[in-house]
Design a protein around this ligand. Structure first.
Ligand SMILES: [Zn+2]
Ligand SMILES: [Zn+2]
Length: 293
């Protein structure tokens, strides 16, 4: 009798577990529109604890080559590292010409010399452009920006001094209004305090993705973590797109989103907001941006 109850309990436990797994899989992997945030967090952590892959990141959209002047891997080394990590897509985003040591604008106009695929990995030709002023001016002409597959833009103190939160916010939002900008990089940088809510609201309105920069959470821009956490919570509220970038300056870190993924798991951001999980989502974002030009 006792054994019978035990067995039937065990069976129902197994059945519930299988059913939960099936439901969670449906909700997460097929990205059904669903708003139970606590369930999202629970499911995410459940999968993580079980060592299963919840989000597979197929693209790294922020990588520097030796052309940046303070990065240390070649295009081939980066593509090889990406292929070994089974990435499907990378973006080469060397610093714009205003950054000391960065390449001349010829570098960007001649990126057409590179093939579209290297070692089987799709290679987007891009730039991490510098936002130069409150009008959202970038350090590359529209003629050359038009040749690129992806344009990241960000504030760097060596190119533009940090101002008040209002001034920094204005510069960032002006860059979002610039039709050439696809992604705003490291908005969580504490060096440039911004009005997080205004920036996230503008990102949703102008359909520009905000980056969670893995390097900001590991080796640079110390103090970014709580700011990124806040931005992600607002992104969830306003539904703006998020991109993860490693900001690799050496091939070993290409495709390593460990810190950013951990942060995302704590916020329960919906998978459909995250572009890196699908090449199609990235292409759609870039196409939508392209249509605004
Ligand atoms: Zn750099
Ligand atoms: Zn940067």
């Amino acid at each position: 009798m006792y054994w019978g109850i035990y067995r039937s309990d065990l069976r129902s436990k197994i059945q519930i577990s299988k059913l939960t797994k099936l439901l969670v899989s449906l909700l997460i992997f097929w990205e059904l529109d669903w708003h139970f945030d606590f369930l999202a967090k629970l499911a995410y952590n459940w999968y993580r604890n079980k060592g299963e892959v919840l989000m597979q990141f197929v693209a790294d959209l922020h990588i520097h080559t030796i052309s940046s002047g303070h990065a240390y891997s070649t295009v081939l080394e980066i593509a090889q590292a990406a292929a070994e990590k089974e990435l499907l897509m990378i973006a080469l985003t060397d610093h714009g010409p205003a950054m000391p040591g960065a390449p001349h604008h010829y570098h960007f106009s001649n990126l057409v010399a590179l093939p579209g695929f290297i070692y089987g990995v799709r290679v987007l030709k891009g730039i991490e452009a510098n936002i130069l002023d409150s009008r959202g001016t970038l350090d590359l002409s529209e003629r050359i920006l038009a040749k690129l597959d992806i344009v990241l833009a960000g504030l760097h103190s060596v190119c533009v001094p940090s101002g008040t939160a209002e001034e920094n916010t204005d510069m960032m939002i002006a860059a979002m209004k610039n039709p050439w900008v696809d992604v705003i990089v490291h908005p969580g940088n504490p060096e440039f305090i911004i009005d997080d809510r205004k920036v996230v609201q503008a990102a949703a309105e102008y359909d520009v993705a905000l980056e969670i920069n893995n390097s900001s959470l590991t080796v640079s821009r110390s103090g970014s973590l709580p700011r990124c956490y806040h931005l992600l919570n607002l992104a969830k509220e306003y539904g703006c797109k998020i991109v993860l970038g490693t900001d690799s300056h050496f091939a070993f870190s290409v495709g390593d989103f460990t810190a950013a993924e951990k942060l995302i798991s704590q916020t329960g951001l919906l998978p459909q907001q995250l572009l890196n999980t699908s090449v199609t989502k990235i292409e759609e974002h870039l196409r939508r941006r392209n249509n605004r030009r």
